[in-house]
Write a protein that binds this ligand. Sequence first.
Ligand code: ADP
Ligand code: MG
Ligand code: ZN
Length: 618
Amino acid sequence: MKKVEKPKKPLIFYYLIALIILVLLNTFLFPNILGKNKVKEVDYGTFLTMVEGKEVSKVELNGDTIYFTDNSEEPKYYETTTFDDPNLVNRLEDAGCEFGRVAQQEMNPLLSFFLVWILPLLIFWALGQWLAKKMMAKMGGGAAGNPFMQFGKSNAKIYVESTTGITFQDVAGEDEAKELLTEIVDFLHNPQKYTEIGAVCPKGALLVGPPGTGKTLLAKAVAGEANVPFFSISGSEFVEMFVGMGASKVRDLFKQANEKAPCIVFIDEIDTIGKKRDNAGYGGNDEREQTLNQLLTEMDGFDASKGVVILAATNRPDSLIRHFSVRGRFDRRIPVELPDLKGREEILKVHAKKVRLGDDIDFNAIARAASGASGAELANMVNEAALRAVRENRKYVTQADLEESIETVIAGYQKKNQVLSSKEKLIVSYHEIGHALVAALQTNSAPVTKITIIPRTSGALGYTMQVESEERNLMTQEELINKIATLTGGRCAEKLIFNSITTGASNDIEQATKLARAMITRYGMSDRFGMVALETQNNPYLGGDSSLSCSPQTAADIDQMVVDTVKHGYDTAMELLEKNQKKLHELAKYLYEKETITGEEFMQILTRTETLEEAEGK
Ligand code: ADP
Ligand code: MG
Ligand code: ZN
């Protein structure tokens, strides 16, 4: 069966081999059959004539069929059919030819048994094996051992050093994560260094962080650096439609890992199996539970000193806490947070290595403007910039490309063909200048860097960009209040100038409300409740879902306070804009004509007006 195991040969190749084997078998084992294939068919009359003429030497009877040879130098075979000739024997005796009932008796009964019963089975078995093997190869399974045994085994792919090609060099920022992971890799290589002191290798490490921060990338880098077998499987692969498959996959994965130790097992998106055992919804929950239980059992059961390290990644840490962290299965939690300013700059640089750059690139400025962007978004920005350069037939990427791509990633592409009516354009101009003015007129607001009224595919009709001059980790209460005022600035300008309001402020309203609510329920910034947590955030990374934990009475109070806070911001903004109506008009007209203005232009007009006014005042 060795021949059959060679992959990559076309199917026809195997058919040919089978054919050749059959022909050979026929030649050597059944020469008669082969010979009889060449027989000449004659009628019974001819046969009798030949017998009487003593031309026949040997006769074989097989039922109604008679095989015979002539008595020439090279005997030829003949075949004829008799019809119960009672005198046949006499005739043959008279003619003096050899005859008898021959057929299979010359064949060894054992051999014939083998050929008839065993050989076909063997052929089918081999074919089945070969097919199974092919299937496993297609499914990406490690095809070691008996392919039949591989059915239902895990799809864990084995990555070895050479295959990922990703190293820690490719992961920018995230220094703490890299450090912790390096230590684990080091343990696998020099276990005695640790065991001498009595240190035990962590059983598992859990990479926790928002989406797109490079968790999967980090794990791949570990695979690239580790030089030990690396099994990788994603949580969703465990949870399959077939009942019991998930659990058996877990079992098999750990069996394989134990055989290959020291090695690393990486389970991506482990939250898909490690979810809170929430209210039973569909039948699928049962399956997940089985898989989860199996995973917990295996993690408890295996011997960490053998050198099997389990890495897992998730962006829903909350749902995992109960199962994995609390009971110490993953005794190391590695936070992979959104990159800070320096991290963003480094990530941009890592990805910019792959594109040709002009010489006006200032990564720091881009990194500052892209505050809050994840690694994946930054990677995307560099690519968008390169695409824009290609669109404009340039051979290199410029700073303008990168700046534009920040907006593309944040707000979507420019909608070049969406034409605003001049009335709408005017309203949007006032709206955006309203934001910018309120921001600029308050202290403690981030400086305005860009204002545009070019519509975006995200649905935004205009856009005021504020960029902090340095990385911010804390926001003061005052800044939050100012921010709410800035958000209401757009609507204020509409109301003030046109005395009518539009739908354009929907996003501002949402953000302002969220901020105001968070100030009261989570940041403890209200006089009424002080430092009491009224709300718990269920998932800090995926945004959104938080749940109130207070009485309905308090909830109603909170709602009222949110209304008051936003209203207060609105009043502040209105007051500021009323006082500076002249500037509002001037700036809005300017923006209306230019469509996009920079922060410098904005500040220039703002300050120039002031000096003019001062001059008028004198
Ligand atoms: P996660 O698994 O955390 O959701 P990924 O590891 O899949 O995120 O990251 C997606 C992509 O974003 C990566 O392939 C990489 O191109 C880019 N990326 C994310 N973080 C980083 C980083 N720290 N350094 C370099 N590239 C990064
Ligand atoms: Mg991932
Ligand atoms: Zn707005």
